[in-house]
Ligand binder design. Structure first.
Ligand SMILES: [Zn+2]
Length: 356
C-alpha cells in the first residue's frame, strides 16, 4: 500500500509506486541499510547474477491473465494482467534456475532439503485464470487460486478494476488512478462500494467480458476438480484484515469458507490476505480455524525451517509480478532476495571488484 512505502499490496497500488530494484527488495527484508547504501546499480546488476542458496520457497503472486492481443485490455487494471506468454517466460525462468514447483499440499507435507522451491498463486478469482491451465499442465506446475467469494456469488467486477475503467473514461492518468485506489483502500469494503456506486452508478460493477469477470460458482467447482489446482480463501469481501477485530476477521474468513465449501464441496486450508494486510489477530484466527498456510504480500523468501515449518507458516512472504516492469528482472530480483543482505553485500563487493 502507499501508506507503507516499498511494501507490495496485492491490488492496484504497488504497480505504480514500487521500485523493483534489488536494493528496495533487500531493504524490505529488514536489511542493514548501511551495508547497502554504497551499492550502485552496477553492483546490483552484478549481484543479480549471483546464485541463490537452497532450502527456500519463493511464493509468486499473480492476478489476471490478459488476452493474446498486444493491446492492453481496457477493463482491468493493466499492471496486474500478464499474458500467457509472460507466464511462460516466468515459469520457464524458474525451471531453468532449478526451482521445483510445489503445491500448498506439498509444502504442508514437508519439503525435502537441498532444493529451491517455487509456488504459483493467483489472487481474487478472475475467470481468465482458466486460460493458464494448459501452460500449467504442460509443465506439471500446481497453482493455488485464492478467491473472494462475494464477487463470485454476485458476478461483480472487482472494485479496483471499476476505479481503473471509470477514471480512464474521464481521462485520468495512471498516477491519479493509483492515488484513488490507495485512498479507497483506507475505507471499509462497504464504504468503497458505496462511494463507487454513488459516483459511477451500480452498473459500474457489472463485468463487460470474460476478461474482467470473476469465476461463476460452477466454474469454480470445475476448477477445484483440476488435478493441479487448489482453491484457497481470500475473505468474503476482499477485506483488509489488519486493524480488524477478531470477530470481523473470523466472520470474513468463515463465511468465505462456507461459501467455498458450498460451491466446490471442499473446505480450503490455505489463505491469502487481501492486499497482504495481516495482523497477529488475523494469524491467531487462521490458526484457530485450522488453516495450514497463510500468504501475505511481504517481499520475503520463505526459509523452510524458519518460516515454512516455523513461526511464519500463516504469514508467508510472497512476490507479486507486475506487467509494467521487465519480467526477467523481477524474476532475478526475487531470486536475489533469497540471499541474506549481509552475505549479498559481501558477494556483490567481491563480484564488483572482479568486474572492474
Ligand atoms: Zn486480492
Amino acid at each position: 500500500m502507499f501508506a507503507q512505502p516499498g511494501k507490495v499490496g496485492d491490488l492496484g497500488s504497488a504497480p505504480f509506486s514500487i521500485t523493483l530494484d534489488p536494493i528496495t527488495i533487500i531493504m524490505n527484508n529488514g536489511a542493514k541499510k548501511i551495508v547497502l547504501v554504497g551499492l550502485s546499480n552496477a553492483v546490483a546488476r552484478v549481484a543479480s547474477q549471483l546464485e541463490p542458496g537452497r532450502d527456500h520457497l519463493l511464493s509468486l503472486a499473480f492476478h489476471s491473465v490478459a488476452g493474446e492481443s498486444s493491446e492492453k485490455d481496457s477493463s482491468v487494471l493493466p499492471a496486474l494482467a500478464l499474458r500467457a506468454d509472460n507466464y511462460r517466460t516466468i515459469l520457464e525462468h524458474f525451471l531453468e534456475k532449478e526451482y521445483t514447483f510445489v503445491s500448498s499440499g506439498d509444502i504442508w507435507s514437508g519439503l525435502p532439503r537441498g532444493k529451491r522451491y517455487a509456488h504459483v498463486t493467483f489472487d481474487d478469482g478472475y475467470y481468465n485464470n482458466v486460460d493458464i491451465l494448459s501452460l500449467l499442465e504442460e509443465y506439471d506446475i500446481p497453482a493455488e487460486i485464492f478467491v473472494t467469494t462475494s464477487n463470485i456469488r454476485k458476478n461483480q467486477k472487482y472494485w479496483w478494476d471499476v476505479v481503473y475503467v471509470q477514471m480512464r473514461r474521464v481521462g485520468k492518468n495512471d498516477s491519479e488512478i493509483a492515488d484513488m485506489i490507495a485512498n479507497l483502500k483506507r475505507l471499509s469494503y462497504q464504504k468503497i462500494e458505496e462511494y463507487l456506486s454513488q459516483n459511477f452508478g451500480k452498473n459500474a460493477f457489472v463485468p463487460v467480458s470474460d476478461q474482467d469477470r470473476p469465476l461463476t460458482p460452477s466454474e469454480l467447482r470445475s476448477l477445484a476438480k483440476e488435478r493441479l489446482i487448489s482453491i484457497g480463501n481470500h475473505t468474503r469481501d476482499h477485506m483488509l484484515l489488519a486493524g480488524c477485530s477478531a470477530q470481523v476477521v473470523e466472520e470474513q474468513i468463515t463465511t468465505a469458507q462456507e461459501e467455498i465449501k458450498e460451491m466446490t464441496g471442499k473446505m480450503p486450508v490455505i489463505f491469502a490476505y487481501p492486499n497482504g494486510s495481516y495482523s497477529d489477530t488475523a494469524i491467531q484466527v487462521l490458526d484457530q480455524l485450522g488453516f495450514e498456510l497463510g500468504f501475505s504480500s511481504d517481499l520475503r523468501v520463505n526459509h523452510l525451517s524458519r518460516d515454512v515449518e516455523g513461526k511464519n507458516r500463516l504469514a508467508l512472504g510472497r512476490f507479486s509480478f507486475f506487467s509494467t516492469f521487465d519480467l526477467l528482472t523481477q524474476c532475478a530480483n526475487f531470486r536475489l532476495a533469497s540471499i541474506s543482505p549481509i552475505v549479498l553485500a559481501k558477494r556483490a563487493q567481491r563480484a564488483f571488484a572482479r568486474s572492474y
